[in-house]
Design a binder for this molecule. Structure first.
Ligand code: GSH
Length: 218
């Protein structure tokens, strides 16, 4: 039995998408960050920090999206979605897995300031501007170096699942017309049947109440 513990639009989408790419048969248990369902002892037994993704896989429970993606690719080596140690693109692969969380953490901090505070007056415009600038810079750095179709020159891999998922959230804070190469790459990934199957199982997000959060005036 494989069961993914998932928040719609959360980082658990990476695992949902990858499992569709691998053609696995799995269940999805849905949560909301807002309703306390991830603060229970039962959920913390699956994921110590009370976060998604958590993956039940037979007798095993895993957390952390990058670790889960790597482990799933090792456990299901066909189709081959990651370079093995020693292969030329392995270093680039590992870089993208980690860089994805550089972007993920910036978005998470923007989310804290912009969508999770009970009183929006507690948000710091200065911090929001700094985080947004850092997010733009992190994306721009890749846009400027982007000279291929996927993260790896060898083609589609779990690095694309890990990295491009971040665009789903970053787009609430930065305009992607600044990043035409990344936008074209993302548009191509969204055409993948496995992505579309994953999207159909993602669920209704309750994080954002508008399409874009412009910088505060002050
Ligand atoms: N580095 C972790 C981050 C996991 C994480 O922070 N997930 C968010 C959803 S995107 C979460 O569960 N947040 C719940 C909370 O902060 O209370 C990963 O990639 O799995």
């Amino acid at each position: 039995m494989i069961r993914l513990h998932h928040v719609p639009l959360g980082r658990s989408f990476r695992v949902l998408w990858l499992m569709e790419e691998l053609g696995l048969d799995f269940e999805v248990a849905y949560y909301s960050i807002r309703d306390g369902s991830m603060r229970t002892p039962e959920f913390r037994a699956l994921s110590p920090a009370g976060r998604v993704p958590a993956l039940e896989y037979g007798d095993r429970v895993l957390f952390e999206s990058a670790a889960i993606l790597q482990w799933l690719c090792e456990t299901h080596p066909e189709p081959k979605l990651q370079p093995t140690p020693g292969e030329a693109e392995r270093a680039r692969y590992l870089e993208f897995l980690s860089y994805s969380e550089t972007i993920g953490c910036l978005v998470e901090n923007l989310n804290l300031n912009r969508v999770f505070l009970h009183d929006p007056a507690d948000a710091s415009p200065v911090v929001i501007k700094l985080l947004t600038a850092r997010l733009r810079a992190a994306l721009k750095a890749i846009e400027e170096r982007w000279a291929q179709d996927y993260c790896l020159s060898t083609g589609f891999s779990a690095a694309d699942v890990m990295f491009a998922y971040g665009f789903e959230l970053a787009r609430y804070y930065v305009r992607f017309d600044e990043f035409p190469k990344l936008q074209a790459y993302w548009d191509r990934l969204k055409e993948r049947p496995a992505y579309q199957r994953a999207k159909a199982r993602d669920g209704e997000q309750d994080l954002y109440d508008r399409d874009f959060y412009p910088l505060p005036e002050a």
